[in-house]
Design a protein around this ligand. Structure first.
Ligand SMILES: *[C@@H]1O[C@H](CO)[C@@H](O)[C@H](O)[C@H]1NC(C)=O
Ligand SMILES: *[C@@H]1O[C@H](CO)[C@@H](O)[C@H](O)[C@H]1NC(C)=O
Ligand SMILES: *[C@@H]1O[C@H](CO)[C@@H](O)[C@H](O)[C@H]1NC(C)=O
Ligand SMILES: *[C@@H]1O[C@H](CO)[C@@H](O)[C@H](O)[C@H]1NC(C)=O
Ligand SMILES: *[C@@H]1O[C@H](CO)[C@@H](O)[C@H](O)[C@H]1NC(C)=O
Ligand SMILES: *[C@@H]1O[C@H](CO)[C@@H](O)[C@H](O)[C@H]1NC(C)=O
Ligand SMILES: *[C@@H]1O[C@H](CO)[C@@H](O)[C@H](O)[C@H]1NC(C)=O
Ligand SMILES: *[C@@H]1O[C@H](CO)[C@@H](O)[C@H](O)[C@H]1NC(C)=O
Length: 476
């Protein structure tokens, strides 16, 4: 606790110092969805509580970046009526995440009432529906489809090498030790789960699913029998350990492909703000906790052990382009800095706000743009051909680019793939075979309308079987 407080205090110092002189030129927000129903009872749905969390967080960012009276107002951004050239929002094909995005955007640019009236040539006035509700398009993010119905998020990355690496976690000594040492703990919560998880599924293997079910029940279900706070905390720590290890391993960077891709997107969007002379200003991407964990690992934040825990619903991380150069518009690149901020949960102005944290194991919470670019490029994936090569994928979207990329992008992918391609060759064959079995299993499950696969298939499939733990239905 003391460490956290000290860190927060240190982190907030430069903020206060600079607030007066500085201008925010642009920002990129990565936003977790709001409260939802449990993943293991698909389809997961955003709850009203979650809708509120996202709306409030969107409103917090309105007050920070959009409102003309804010100190952190983005230079030149439209302050009431949205200018769609200035803002981009994206989300994967996932109901919970898409709807969270819409809720957030409602708070970001609230309805403007009669200011949205439009007068036609013939003189009649058109009133905008829902009191001047503002429409902001959400574009598609390629990976992450059906994230909130998948307990193994890596399967939604669509990245072959990342799936292989993440699956290897289940063969690590760290996993095996915890599986053995926690068996009685998981058996002890059987009655709390009231049959939702079969007795053979009560183990560390399902650490996330079990914690998620109990966490949702502890928020929503007045008749549920929730374990003590101590046990709930233990279950959370274990789920955090499992999920962090599935999302990040310092020896196998490709496991964090979600973070690598996000880093590339942040780089490209902020660069676009600079090179377009400030035409584009604010980017928001909605997603799942595993992308936070992957980025935290890659960006050197996890020396602070808090960053190895899943961020709670409604959490935000944001990268701000800032300058102390006076005037308006985009100054020389040498005068532009980047600041990373994070808030664990729903942001509400004045109470629970963003805190700045230093990236890349440095001590400053603000670093020059060029340094941010160099450090980010060490792990960012910035093009599709680089992605295809790092992932070892050569079919689908990778079939056309793979031929040319192998020659064209060799140098750029060297740094990010770190020899992962070695792992590809051998394992892909096995994965393809297992994929066929997983596909068949999924089909059978679909046909017989079975819900949870867990231990039966896990036991019979062996290596690679974690993929079938997650509903494979969307992929069939
Ligand atoms: C917009 O339309 C409403 C509804 O009639 C009207 O009361 C209001 O004066 C109009 N506002 C503007 C700015 O045109
Ligand atoms: C003006 O044009 C709109 C749209 O075509 C139409 O709905 C409306 O009836 C017209 N009003 C008048 C007074 O002609
Ligand atoms: C990459 O390969 C994996 C494993 O073969 C597959 O599941 C995934 O769909 C592929 N991704 C793309 C984008 O083709
Ligand atoms: C991390 O990767 C290394 C090298 O591949 C492996 O030996 C280790 O078991 C992995 N650890 C986890 C927790 O996945
Ligand atoms: C447990 O579930 C069963 C059937 O799903 C239900 O009848 C029973 O009331 C539940 N137990 C409790 C304590 O709610
Ligand atoms: C609430 O918990 C009880 C007891 O475990 C369970 O029977 C019931 O299905 C739960 N209700 C919901 C909506 O999950
Ligand atoms: C920024 O964009 C410019 C113009 O498109 C490009 O030349 C440059 O390489 C980009 N820089 C980064 C870091 O992406
Ligand atoms: C966010 O909160 C969760 C739940 O308390 C915790 O496990 C995680 O470590 C926290 N993350 C950070 C960066 O503080």
């Amino acid at each position: 606790m003391a460490i956290i407080t000290t860190l927060l205090a240190i982190a907030s110092l430069p903020l206060a110092d600079l607030a007066s002189a500085e201008r925010v030129l642009g920002a990129y927000i990565f936003q977790r969805h709001g409260d939802r129903t449990p993943k293991s009872l698909p389809p997961a749905k955003l709850t009203d509580l979650g809708y509120n969390q996202e709306y409030m967080t969107g409103n917090f960012f309105h007050n920070r970046y959009i409102s003309a009276s804010s100190q952190n107002h983005i230079d030149g951004i439209s302050s009431s009526e949205v200018n769609l050239a200035q803002i981009s929002a994206s989300a994967p094909q996932d109901t919970v995440i898409q709807i969270s995005g819409q809720a957030f955007l409602q708070g970001l640019y609230p309805p403007i009432g009669s200011a949205a009236n439009e007068t036609l040539r013939n003189g009649s006035t058109i009133y905008s529906p829902l009191s001047g509700y503002q429409l902001i398009p959400l574009s598609d993010v390629k990976s992450g489809t059906d994230s909130e119905d998948n307990t193994w998020l890596q399967s939604t990355s669509d990245c072959s090498n990342a799936e292989v690496s993440s699956n290897d976690y289940y063969y690590s000594s760290s996993y095996k030790e915890l599986l053995a040492s926690t068996s009685s703990l998981y058996e002890s919560v059987a009655s709390n789960l009231n049959g939702t998880v079969s007795s053979s599924g009560l183990s560390f293997k399902n650490a996330f699913t079990i914690w998620d079910l109990l966490n949702v029940a502890s928020i929503h279900n007045a008749s549920a029998n929730i374990p003590s706070d101590e046990v709930m905390h233990e279950l959370l720590v274990l789920a955090n350990n499992q999920q962090f290890n599935l999302a990040y391993n310092s020896s196998e960077p490709i496991r964090s492909v979600a973070g690598m891709t996000l880093a590339g997107e942040v780089l490209s969007a902020l660069n676009q703000t600079i090179t377009s002379g400030g035409k584009s200003k604010l980017n928001i991407q909605f997603g799942a906790y595993a992308t936070f964990l992957a980025y935290f690992g890659l960006a050197g934040l996890t020396d602070n052990v808090d960053f190895t825990g899943m961020p709670v619903y409604g959490s935000s991380m944001t990268w701000e382009l800032v300058t102390n150069a006076p005037g308006t518009g985009i100054p020389a690149v040498s005068e532009i800095n980047v600041r990373f901020l994070f808030h664990n949960g729903t942001s509400i102005e004045g109470t629970t706000e963003l805190q700045a944290y230093p990236l890349f194991g440095q001590s400053a919470t603000e670093i020059p743009w060029t340094q941010f670019v160099d450090s980010t490029k060490k792990f960012a994936i910035t093009s599709q051909s680089q992605w295809c090569q790092a992932c070892g994928n050569s079919t689908g979207i990778c079939s056309s680019s793979s031929g040319s990329s192998s020659t064209a992008s060799t140098s750029s992918s060297d740094s990010s793939s770190n020899g992962m391609s070695l792992a590809v060759a051998g394992v892909i064959g096995a994965m393809v075979t297992l994929g066929v079995f997983a596909g068949l299993t999924a089909l059978l499950l679909l046909v017989f309308n079975l819900r949870l696969v867990r231990k039966t298939t896990l036991a019979s499939l062996g290596r690679g079987s974690q993929a079938s733990l997650t509903p494979v239905t969307s992929k069939v």
